[in-house]
Design a protein around this ligand. Structure first.
Ligand code: UDP
Ligand code: MG
Length: 326
């Protein structure tokens, strides 16, 4: 099998401090891989400038001028990590057999690319890079991240724990991804939905070697919230459930109120008021939940996710055909 063409996609947002180092390390890595005939000589590094306000794009242009191994894609404005990454993946899909995505700060060990390629050669379409430990992350980041993955799982979102957006995807997997035309992008949730053979490889995550994190707490929370609301209607189910419970409780309250009234232990109007509050509360919550269920269905439909992706097709050959399939 001829060596496959690899694209490495790097979203960059105000990364002028890290780009010189990142680019030289990646160039080195690609050269080594080409020499080892693990990848095709036309493999590239694709930097996506996510509307940076510093010299990031100027640097990408210079890199491209000096060495054609570097390509660049500039978004018209800052769209956020996920969209920048998607833009890069979709561009790379047109040219490459396999695409690796990574962050510009190289917190994800680039040596993991070898392991990615091994799994890819074994026939995996998606290879997830998983952080084996988070020693270098701050206490805060480590625990919020852990809590996030747990919560997502509990909410019914299929997600690979401790896997950020460092992964390899084959062209076929990217074509699958393209068919998910949703606007609220949460790649970590979508990629597992693509299916196809996949594997997980682990690596040590290191510290950002320059510049600062482009993911402050506010962005992290927004990201988590987006993730949950784009993949799960469990919060809506929760309202329906709550409605049932309150309504059931209201029946208990009804009985209790009657007993109290018959015992003559109530003031005028109490029975009527306490029953009303519980019953109306219950009915309202339940109605909200039911409406929510329909809104959830509309939401799911409007995402227009592909109902299925075909992995293999064994064609029945007819007598008039003489092969031609692979
Ligand atoms: N990034 C981006 N657009 C943004 C924010 C971040 O393209 O609006 C990129 C950033 O340049 C980096 C990656 O997303 O390549 C991850 O960001 P960062 O390393 O700051 O996040 P952290 O590792 O702290 O979670
Ligand atoms: Mg980082």
């Amino acid at each position: 099998m001829a060596a496959s063409k690899l694209f490495i996609v790097i979203p960059c947002y105000n990364e002028q401090e890290v780009l010189p180092e990142t680019s030289s390390r990646l160039r080195q890595k690609l050269q080594t891989l080409v020499q080892q005939v693990k990848i095709h000589a036309d493999s590239r590094v694709l930097f996506v400038d996510d509307g940076s306000s510093d010299r990031t794009w100027a640097m990408i242009e210079r890199l491209h001028r000096e060495d054609p191994v570097f390509c660049g894609l500039k978004l018209s404005r800052n769209e956020g990590h996920q969209k920048a990454l998607l833009a890069g993946l979709m561009e790379a899909k047109k040219h490459a057999d396999a695409v690796v995505s990574m962050d510009a700060d190289l917190q994800d060990d680039i040596e993991v690319i070898d392991k990615f390629l091994e799994e890819y050669a074994k026939g995996c379409d998606v290879v997830y890079g998983v952080r084996s430990s988070r020693k270098t992350d701050s206490f805060f980041k480590r625990n919020t991240a852990l809590g996030f993955y747990r919560f997502m799982k509990r909410m019914g979102v299929e997600i690979v724990e401790n896997h950020a957006d460092c992964r390899l995807m084959s062209r076929r997997a990217l074509e699958g991804l393209e068919r998910f035309s949703e606007v609220n992008l949460f790649l970590r949730g979508i990629v597992p939905l693509i299916g196809y053979p996949s594997a997980v490889v682990t690596y040590e995550r290191s510290e950002r070697f320059a510049g600062e994190s482009k993911y402050p707490l506010k962005k992290m929370l927004a990201f988590a919230f987006d993730g949950i609301t784009s993949f799960s209607t469990k919060p809506i189910r929760f309202i329906t459930l709550l409605g049932f419970l309150v309504f059931a409780a209201s029946l208990g309250v009804l009985a209790y109120t009657f007993i109290r009234k018959w015992m003559g232990a109530t003031v005028e109007g109490w029975a009527f008021l306490s029953c009303s509050i519980w019953m109306i509360g219950g009915v309202q919550l339940l109605s909200l939940g039911i409406i929510g269920e329909y809104v959830g269905k509309v939401y799911a439909e409007s995402k227009r996710r592909p109902p299925y992706l075909v992995e293999k097709y064994l064609e029945g050959e007819t007598a008039s055909e003489n092969g031609g399939n692979k």
